[in-house]
Design a protein. Structure first.
Length: 154
């Protein structure tokens, strides 16, 4: 199932959308049987992705928010649902694997995808931090300019 991120999440920049599509494509190539789902402003799911309750989505979001890592949740049927959440966009990418979190880190291909997922989350966190630092820097510049004007007036 092809997912056009631009159609689903129009507030993403072109770069974000391309990154997400690329990450999705990587998962599909390495894990063709893996179910992928996107949860955001609209709910989009792979046809074979099981119904996921809002509680599960919330748990995966909270894991990303609190621990800054991909969340994992074991279903009653024994499947593991993984997800990471981009808070800026209220967006969760979830995927299903039959393996436990310990197994996933031992598979080199999955490990790379896992890392890429983290990298995408980290990219957004760095952008947020940079914006905060830029605002602080601008406030400092304004304050120095005011002090300079006051000194000139004396």
């Amino acid at each position: 199932m092809d997912i056009e991120f631009d159609d689903v999440f129009s507030d993403f920049s072109d770069d974000d959308s391309a990154d997400l599509q690329n990450l999705y494509d990587q998962f599909v190539q390495v894990l063709p049987d893996t179910c992928i789902a996107l949860y955001g402003a609209n709910k989009v799911a792979h046809p074979s992705f099981p119904e996921v309750s809002d509680d599960v989505i919330t748990a995966l979001k909270e894991c990303t928010r609190k621990d800054k890592k991909i969340g994992s949740y074991k279903t009653d049927s024994g499947l593991w649902i993984y997800g990471y959440y981009l808070e800026d966009h209220d967006f969760l990418l979830a995927f299903i694997l039959p393996d436990s979190p310990d197994d996933i880190t031992e598979n080199p291909q999955l490990n790379t995808l896992y890392f890429n997922s983290f990298r995408l989350v980290s990219l957004h966190e760095r952008q947020e931090q940079q914006e905060i630092e830029n605002r602080q820097l601008n406030r400092n510049i304004d304050m120095l300019n005011r002090q300079h004007i006051l000194l000139q007036d004396e």
